[in-house]
Write a protein that binds this ligand. Structure first.
Ligand code: ATP
Ligand code: MG
Length: 242
C-alpha cells in the first residue's frame, strides 16, 4: 500500500498573541513512511517543535490536513486521539520531563497507568523497557540519583513502554554532553533497526547524521528535504525483514 504513515498537507500553525499573530508553520507538506528515520533541523524559532506537537496530537493545526495511517486526524474525537497517541506515539524531550519524586520504574510505569494496563503487566513492561535501555540496575533510583544520560534513558524507556510505532524526540541530546548524546543516538539506531519510525529534532549536524533523511525548516517553511547517504548508519542489518 502506498499510504504514508504521516501525511501532512498545508500544515499551518499560528498563535494569537494579543494584537499580533505568530506564524509558526506556514503551509508545510511532510510525508513520512513507516520505519523512516528523519531528522528535523533549522534555526531556533523555525517551527520544529510546533510541527512535532502537531504530529503527536499535542496541538491542533490552524489549517491543513493531517492523515495518520490514512485516517483523518481532524475527524477523530478526543477518545480516539488519546487512544492512538497512547498506542502509536512515544515522546522524548530535551529536559526529560521525569517526575522528581518517583524512581525510574514508577516514571516508566506512569503512562501505562493512564493507558489502563493492569498492575502486574505494567510492572513487567516497565522492567522490560528499562532493561532495553540498559538500566536494569537503576530501577529504584530517582532522577536526581541518575546522570543526565541515564535520565534520558529513563525517558526513552517511558516512551517505549507502550510499544509505540513512532518515536518523537525533540532535541533529545540537547542537554547532554556529546559522548552521552552519542550513546543515546545508539539507542535510537537500535529502535529504528527494530522497526520504529523515528523523528528527531536536533541542532547538531553529527546527531542528524544518524538519520536517513534531513528536513530543514526556515521561518515556518520546509527549506530542504533530502535523503542522507547511509554510511553513518550502516550498522543496521541489511536484510529487509517484512
Ligand atoms: N505555544 C505557543 N504560543 C505562542 N507562540 C508560540 C508557541 N509555540 C511556539 N510559538 C512561536 O512559534 C515560533 C516557532 O516555534 P519554536 O520557537 O518552538 O520553534 P523551534 O524551531 O522548535 O525553535 P527551537 O529550536 O528554539 O526549539 C516561535 O516564534 C515561537 O515563539
Ligand atoms: Mg523547539
Amino acid at each position: 500500500m502506498d499510504v504514508a504513515m504521516i501525511d501532512m498537507v498545508g500544515m499551518t500553525k499560528s498563535y494569537d498573541m494579543g494584537p499580533t499573530q505568530v506564524h509558526a508553520l506556514r503551509g508545510v507538506d511532510v510525508r513520512i513512511q513507516r520505519n523512516e528515520y528523519v531528522a528535523i533541523m533549522g534555526p531556533s524559532g523555525s517551527g520544529k517543535s510546533p510541527l512535532m506537537n502537531l504530529i503527536g496530537f499535542l496541538d491542533v493545526p490552524t489549517a491543513g490536513v493531517y492523515k495518520l495511517n490514512g485516517q483523518m486526524v481532524s475527524e477523530m474525537d478526543d477518545d480516539q486521539l488519546a487512544d492512538i497517541r497512547n498506542q502509536e506515539i512515544g515522546f522524548v524531550f530535551q529536559t526529560f520531563h521525569l517526575l522528581p519524586r518517583a524512581n525510574a520504574l514508577k516514571n516508566v510505569e506512569l503512562p501505562l497507568v493512564y493507558g489502563g494496563v493492569p498492575h502486574r503487566e505494567r510492572r513487567e513492561r516497565a522492567v522490560q523497557a528499562l532493561e532495553a535501555v540498559g538500566l536494569a540496575d537503576r530501577m529504584d533510583h530517582r532522577p536526581n540519583e541518575l546522570s543526565g544520560g541515564q535520565r534520558q534513558r529513563v525517558a526513552i524507556a517511558r516512551a517505549l513502554a507502550n510499544d509505540p510505532s513512532i518515536i518523537l524526540a525533540d532535541e533529545p541530546t540537547g542537554a547532554l554532553d556529546s559522548r552521552t548524546g552519542l550513546e543515546i543516538m545508539d539507542l535510537f539506531t537500535r529502535l529504528h533497526a527494530s522497526g520504529n519510525t523515528i523523528i528527531l529534532v536536533t541542532h547538531e549536524e553529527d546527531i542528524a547524521a544518524n538519520a536517513h533523511r534531513i528536513v530543514r525548516f526556515r521561518d515556518g517553511e520546509v527549506e530542504s528535504d533530502e535523503a542522507q547517504p547511509r554510511a553513518a548508519t550502516a550498522a543496521a542489518t541489511p536484510h529487509g525483514g517484512d
